[in-house]
Write a protein that binds this ligand. Structure first.
Ligand code: MN
Length: 258
């Protein structure tokens, strides 16, 4: 009771800040592009129903046509074959969607190498400085890639051979985060939780494979992670509870203090 009263007081006096980690969603928002013959997801398309006109004189409303995995979005365990018996997006316990955030900043390394992969030793080094990854929390992986999110070409960064050069996580680190680390979820700034080149890893797409297989969660296309300290923030991830859904565009907010 007094904890929430303190929080309310902090929000009212400005010592607690709400940071929006969500990329705005528009018809231009980039989505992942898989090679032929794989099916691709559409991004967002907005169909207008009325806008204060004959179709609805006093109201404006639309229909959203959107892939589950468009923009800032949530991956439920059932998204991947390794998690096929796990929860769909409506079955994810709400308490897993709110938790302490650990922010690891590799933006300097990624500036040198867009194919940079986070390794267990990077997380261990972070833990030496900031303490263990939080039980039931979220690891938020800052790469600086959010600066590219409004420019599809720069964001997907595909070369002449069709390979995407975007940062990610090594196979061993993905396995470790899934099976040994106490976190429940991973948030990234890129179009997916795996590296751009991860189709050729063993296993392919190891973050999806291990994390979702361990009934943990992924969130993509975050921004404003530079406004969070390494520890001490609370993140809230809010996908739509679509029954049987594999994921959902979502709003991701953080509470932080200065
Ligand atoms: Mn996804």
């Amino acid at each position: 009771m007094s904890t929430l009263a303190d929080l309310a007081a902090g929000m009212s006096d400005g010592s607690v800040e709400v940071v929006d980690l969500t990329a705005p969603l528009s018809e231009e928002t980039p989505v992942i592009q898989l090679p032929e013959p794989l099916a691709n997801t559409p991004g967002l398309r907005i169909e207008e129903l009325s806008r204060y006109d004959d179709r609805g004189p006093a109201w404006y409303w639309n229909v959203l046509h959107v892939g589950e995995h468009a923009g800032t979005h949530f991956d439920a365990p059932v998204h991947w074959v390794t998690g096929e018996d796990g929860p769909d997006v409506s079955e994810v316990p709400a308490e897993d969607l709110v938790g302490p955030a650990a922010v690891i900043d590799m933006s300097r390394e990624v500036e040198e190498d867009p194919d940079f992969l986070l390794e267990v030793e990077h997380v261990r080094r972070w833990e030496e400085e900031h303490g263990s990854l939080p039980e039931g929390g979220w690891l938020l992986y800052r790469t600086g890639w959010d600066a590219r999110s409004e420019d599809e070409e720069a964001f997907l960064n595909v070369d002449g051979d069709g390979v995407s050069h975007t940062p990610g996580i090594s196979v061993e680190c993905a396995r470790w985060l899934a099976q040994e680390a106490p976190i429940v979820g991973l948030g990234v700034e890129t179009v997916g939780t795996d590296a751009g080149a991860a189709a050729d890893f063993d296993p392919p797409f190891p973050v999806h494979s291990f994390l979702l297989g361990a009934e943990k969660y992924g969130v993509t296309q975050l921004q404003n992670l530079d406004r969070l300290p390494p520890t001490g923030s609370i993140v809230m991830v809010a996908p739509l509870p679509v029954e049987d859904g594999s994921g959902s565009p979502c709003r991701v907010l953080a509470l932080t203090t200065h």
